[in-house]
Design a binder for this molecule. Sequence first.
Ligand code: FCB
Length: 452
Amino acid sequence: MTDAKLSSPHFSKEDFGPDFKWGVSVAAYQIEGAHDADGKGLSIWDAFTNKKGKIKDSHNGNTATDFYNRYKEDIDLIKKLNIPNFRFSISWSRILPSGTGETNPAGIDFYNKVIDYCLSQEIEPWITLYHWDLPHELEKKGGWTNREVITWFEEFVAVCAKNFGDKVNNWMVMNEPVVFTGAGYFLGLHAPGRRGMKNFLPAIHYTTLAIATGARKLREIIPAANIGTTFSCSYLEPHRNLERDRKAVKRVDALLNRLYIEPLLGLGYPVEELPVLKSIKKISLPEDEKNMVFDFDFIGVQNYTREIIKNSWLIPYVKASLEKAENRNVPLTDMKWEVYPEAMYQMIKQYNQYPQIKKLMITENGAAFPDEIINEEINDDKRKKYIQDNLAQALRAKKEGLKIDGYFVWTLTDNFEWAEGYHPRFGLIHIDFESQKRTIKKSGKWYADFLK
Ligand code: FCB
């Protein structure tokens, strides 16, 4: 697919070294559809998308991109794009419809087929165990606010490890814990739609414990597995060059960038910057502190943008607010996120400060732009440039000797973008949601050419 019009940047895949992992990431609820097919139980996202006013234009993931039925076509496309690594997640309620207890053979079978087809195409599978779709039955019992969720999750991990562990070597325990607990249990914007500190604090603590417990379970069942977990992060800068805005940045950094990784690395919660976290003590057991720690083989970092922070006494707990990108006269994506590639370099640098991290991978990065099909082609130059500019920043970090071992684009095809429904298009491949027709965008062609 060499094409001058694809105009390559001033670096090549080889500059990242022979062991660098190139990939693409997806998540079950955003693509699979088949929400109640073949014995699958409902998840909190199936329930949440049914509630009025929660999702833009009342969209839901009932059909999504129909990956459940079209996985071969999509894996063929991954192959066509020369992408050697495919990160996808497992829908917990597809294989354990009630969350615990009886398994669903058809669900297990589906993931076996996906894995086998990847392997037959020489594509390496990377499994995310939890990408936000808790079984609805478990939410009824308190979900992430119930300490029992740690054992429920451990059971789910064991089922996955036993069924897929002989074929899959790469595992990510969870995706972006601060997003699903923050948006789902504090702000009420994501499933299950709960709000407030009384939900957020237990969700934080039990999620942290579940990540470490799940990782230990994986290690026990698949001793040689490559085990990681992924974190969202934002590069933060003060609004004004004032001490109070710089302090506000520290508090938001503790919340968005340090809250989960630090206890997992054995550093404890960032209580100094966020004193409210001290209340976690009330629900803690003496053994929690050591049980929260796990020695991961790699850490996945997911960055999309930068945020500008200002001191704001009116906002509870963090006492800070974001200066919206829309009001800053900067280039925006369709998510209204600032296009700021240097954030990639800065976050790689920030996470490199933890000596406990052995390998650091970018497990998501990408952009939504309004794509137009003209004569069967999608000239998404902005997305192509976004990816190239972010890669240039990752390479800058690499050349400075910082740890950076992989890069996965978010995402393969346009899909269901949570509360935003199907509006933001993040794919390297365009989806016509009426016909489910797939069309490779220019960014996809460029990535294929780059990876050739
Ligand atoms: C990340 C999520 C992923 C996707 C991208 C745009 O926060 O992990 O599922 O929605 O953002």
